[in-house]
Ligand binder design. Structure first.
Ligand SMILES: *Cc1c(COP(=O)(O)O)cnc(C)c1O
Length: 395
């Protein structure tokens, strides 16, 4: 295992613990021996059962038993289609971000960091804060001032200090880098240009899907915010090919909300990704990044799988949320259900063909977004404390 700069191609020992290329400040990649087998070591908790393909020295891992999430077949009103969901909602802080947080905090601890810092307007802050608590490390969180309170309170509950910044998420990300440079804190923001290690954790979703199905699905649909999840999932399948477990990659379906779809736009226009001009007002707030920092890399991976990118309206997203909760018992946040909304749309448009299998990664729990379900209050019924009246009405 070693580090290699994606820009100048210089290699470094993994022991250096570099976060960016010391030569050109480029993004680093973790390179594993080709053909090295992905073996499962069940003595380790959570995602660490795949420790041979995670970028740490081992021994002391910071885990809250993340991963091992349910892979379920979807019950649908309409019978056609072979839809499965990978329910990342059950991770300990409610989203898939627990996987990268586990690797990020483990790495920071291994390297002797004073503490960790994370810029986030959604789920990575609470995740990193939880793992920092577990590791006994200080955690600083940078969030834009308008972040919904449920998200900073969750992080604060884990003992993190919350810095609400009068700026955008992109400003917070920039500041996190600058603060790290002068404090000895390590950056656990989920952008590979800041932290090359955490994205490796997303590969474990691919390993688990393969293990759960014992084959590669035709499609995997993934919401795109920064692009790290999509990239990590493809990296995982590529490693499964390298270790001779599978022969072909699944096609990736990248999904964004129509109100904030810089990645899908670039895919459709076959152009480089540019900053989204609209106001990004969508219910899928945790993926509403006007510019995906890892988008270019993600686009490369998407093309490698011969995949497709599609955007969905908020109405379609809410329908998918409702479909998952009402018919399947799965409570997803809008960003978490975007993947499933996209799969349904791709099926209607015959991009996913009848008979093909698809796995939608349901990335986050609905418990942090209960306002989405306010409309359901009309299903409340008021009664006096009177059995006969209740039985009569229930008829
Ligand atoms: C972060 C996040 C995503 C997107 O992941 P990226 O790596 O930023 O593309 C999707 N869904 C949820 C719930 C998230 O928190």
């Amino acid at each position: 295992m070693k580090l290699r700069c994606a820009e100048c191609k210089k290699s470094y020992s993994i022991e250096t613990g570099y976060y960016t290329c010391p030569g050109c400040d480029g993004r680093l990649e973790v390179i594993y021996d080709k053909n090295s087998e992905i073996k499962k070591e069940s003595i380790y908790p959570g995602i660490w059962k795949y420790i041979s393909h995670l970028p740490v020295k081992g021994k002391e891992v910071i885990s809250l038993d993340e991963g091992n999430t349910p892979l379920l077949k979807v019950n649908r009103k309409e019978p056609e289609g072979n839809f499965l969901v990978k329910c990342e909602t059950v991770n300990i802080t409610g989203t898939y971000k627990d996987r990268p947080a586990s690797v990020g905090v483990t790495k920071a601890k291994e390297l002797g960091a004073r503490g960790v810092i994370v810029a986030s307007d959604g789920n990575s802050a609470p995740a990193v804060a939880a793992y920092a608590a577990r590791a006994g490390m200080e955690c600083l969180v940078l969030m834009p001032q308008k972040t919904p309170s449920v998200r900073y309170r969750q992080a604060a509950a884990f003992g993190a200090r919350i810095l609400l910044i009068d700026g955008t998420i992109n400003d917070c990300i920039d500041l996190s880098g600058q603060i790290c440079n002068s404090t000895g804190f390590h950056n656990c923001s989920t952008t590979t240009t800041f932290n090359p290690y955490q994205i490796e954790a997303n590969k474990t979703i691919a390993y688990e899907i393969f293990e759960g199905m014992n084959e590669v699905p035709d499609w995997i649909s993934v919401p795109v915010g920064g692009g790290g999840l999509l990239s990590g999932v493809v990296m995982g399948f590529k490693e499964l090919i390298n270790s001779n477990k599978i022969e072909k990659l699944p096609k990736i379906l990248a999904v964004q909300a129509s109100e904030c779809a810089p990645f899908v736009k670039a895919f459709n226009e076959e152009k480089p990704i540019s900053r989204w001009n609209g106001n990004c007002e969508t219910k899928a707030i945790t993926i509403a990044l006007p510019y995906p920092p890892d988008g270019k890399m993600a686009m490369g991976y998407l093309k490698e799988t011969d995949g497709f990118a599609i955007s969905v309206q908020d109405e379609e997203i809410i329908n998918a949320v409702d479909n998952l909760s009402s018919y399947n018992g799965i409570l997803a946040e809008p960003s978490g259900a975007v993947s499933y909304a996209g799969a349904l749309k791709a099926f209607r448009k015959n991009i996913i063909k009848p008979g093909q299998s698809s796995v939608s990664i349901i990335t986050g729990t609905g418990l942090k977004s209960m306002e989405v379900f306010e409309g359901l209050d009309k299903k409340l019924y008021h009664f006096s404390n009177d059995l006969e009246e209740i039985l009569e009405k229930l008829k």
